[in-house]
Design a protein around this ligand. Structure first.
Ligand code: GLU
Length: 228
């Protein structure tokens, strides 16, 4: 299992993400990471080990941002190293993705993407998703949620996915095919998480995504599209 959190709102994003991950500690994990966007710049901190190891990284190398996502990993593909910790990036470092689950056809996808010129830096199955999103945005001309809708049918396996890009401000996209994802609606703030405890401190207004659904979360609300 793993834990996913995402946040768009007026609170300081890094503490919201870290506290959310803490509430998901029961899911067990071997590494953790967060990505935030600050004024169009994507910033990532990751660490092997416990959440307190990530917190130590954040203490020595602090981070601030306007929206972001976080992940605690339970490795299925690739060792539990910092390099393999989520969030994972595309070639340009503008898209990040966190993932709960397994992509069974990742080797076929990876081989094809490498042949198409994509550079991979991790041993994970998840990294293919970042590169597929990059490919399907056609040079950033396509909104991230539309790219995600095109990527979903290419993935064989189970996944809860949450992604963002530094080139689309205040937007987080999420998709579910198997593992749970819950969306939280607060007062001018929105949350995505693997489970309810990560959200309870902030809101009681929440709902689970269904399989085959893609959610687009922005400052003005949540849009759901069924692509199954
Ligand atoms: N399969 C992915 C990995 O090994 C995600 C595992 C998880 O659900 O945390 O990185």
């Amino acid at each position: 299992m793993c834990g996913i959190v995402g946040y768009i709102g007026n609170k300081r994003v890094v503490p919201v993400l870290v506290e959310g991950l803490r509430k998901l500690e029961y899911r067990g994990y071997d590494s953790a990471g967060i990505a935030v966007v600050e004024n169009g710049e994507l910033k990532i901190r990751r660490s092997a080990g416990k959440l307190r190891d990530l917190e130590e990284v954040l203490r020595t190398s602090p981070l601030d941002g306007q929206f972001g996502i976080g992940h605690t990993r339970w490795a299925t593909h690739g060792r539990p190293t910092e390099e393999n910790a989520h969030p994972h990036r595309d070639c340009k470092g503008r898209i990040v993705v966190v993932h709960n689950g397994t992509i069974d056809n990742y080797l076929d996808l990876k081989t094809r993407l490498i042949a198409a010129g994509h550079r991979f830096v991790t041993e994970t199955d998840t990294e293919v998703i970042a590169h597929l999103l990059e490919e399907n945005r056609a040079g950033e001309g396509v909104p991230l949620e539309d790219a995600l809708r095109k990527v979903m049918p290419q993935l064989k396996g189970i996944f809860a996915l949450v992604a963002l890009t530094s080139s689309e401000a205040f937007k987080i996209v999420a998709a579910r095919q198997g593992p749970p994802l819950v969306i939280g609606l607060g007062d001018k703030e929105y949350f995505v998480a693997s489970d309810i405890p990560a959200l309870l401190e902030h809101t009681r207004d929440m709902f689970f995504l269904d399989d085959g659904e893609v959610a687009t979360v922005t400052q003005s609300g949540v849009k759901i599209v069924d692509v199954s």
